[in-house]
Design a protein around this ligand. Structure first.
Ligand SMILES: [Zn+2]
Ligand SMILES: [Zn+2]
Length: 131
């Protein structure tokens, strides 16, 4: 592939923002991707910032869901045990059932949320050796 700005030069990579071929003279290495010098630098840097922010949000959400899931489950289990063994009571048992159901819901939400990101990680590697 040739450089978009200098057709005689061989491209060493592709701009992450506009997908044009770049020679060493036009390319700026921004750690996770190349950008057109003085053209797409800010755009690519912005994109990378956004991806990094999304990842932080994701991690935050992921740990919040696991904490809720564990909390609901242990409290729900305590109510179930008290409601059936210690002091048989349908009301306590119902609370326990609702809480453990809530815990399963949080757990499922977490798995649902986790699935697409893992798929993205799997496909991001072959993208790099695209010529
Ligand atoms: Zn560009
Ligand atoms: Zn060039």
């Amino acid at each position: 592939m040739k450089c978009f700005y200098h057709p005689p030069s061989e491209a060493i990579g592709i701009c992450k923002f506009c997908c044009k071929g770049l020679c060493p003279e036009c390319a700026v290495d921004l750690a996770h991707g190349l950008a057109c010098k003085n053209k797409c630098e800010n755009e690519v840097a912005g994109m990378q910032e956004m991806i990094a922010k999304e990842k932080i949000e994701y991690d935050k959400r992921d740990s919040t869901l696991s904490i809720y899931s564990a909390l609901y489950f242990s409290v729900g289990l305590a109510f179930l045990i008290v409601g059936t063994v210690v002091r048989p009571d349908f009301f306590l048992f119902s609370i326990g059932a609702i809480l453990t159901a809530g815990a399963s819901w949080f757990y499922l939400q977490r798995r649902k949320y986790r699935a697409p990101l893992q798929g993205e990680q799997g496909t991001s590697q072959p993208k790099d050796d695209r010529k």
